[in-house]
Design a protein. Sequence first.
Length: 154
Amino acid sequence: MRASPSSAPDRDPLDQFLCFSVYAAGLAFNRVYKPLLDPYGITYPQYLTLVALSGKEGQTVSELGEKLHLESNTLTPLIKRLEAAGLVTRTRDTKDERVVRLGLTQAGRSLAETALGCVPSEVLKATGMDRAALGALNAELASLGKALRKTAAG
């Protein structure tokens, strides 16, 4: 969505693009998460992976990729780093060896539970929003993302 240039002459043109606002907010989230996750020795994508895996044991790499909206070439190195850190296990499916199933180690589960116990509240504080407003915004953005993915898929 973009306003006509004449309707906002003193505004930066980028401020008129929803896509830029979402992008800039994403960058700001990364800056907020970094110091919160550094004590755990994980990055934001690794945090999301651990959280996603804590919700369901034995997910396949493709299921996790769909959930995180990541391609295999991005997800595989991330999973390998988590495995090397002793946080994730990868095992071949017994029925189809082409399928790799993922799980959390005890250390991975513990880290996910600990981080989930404190990181979300710190992020909520950083937003300056209350839970209801943040929940409504999250629902709107999730709906927007779903519509955009559907359009992009053709």
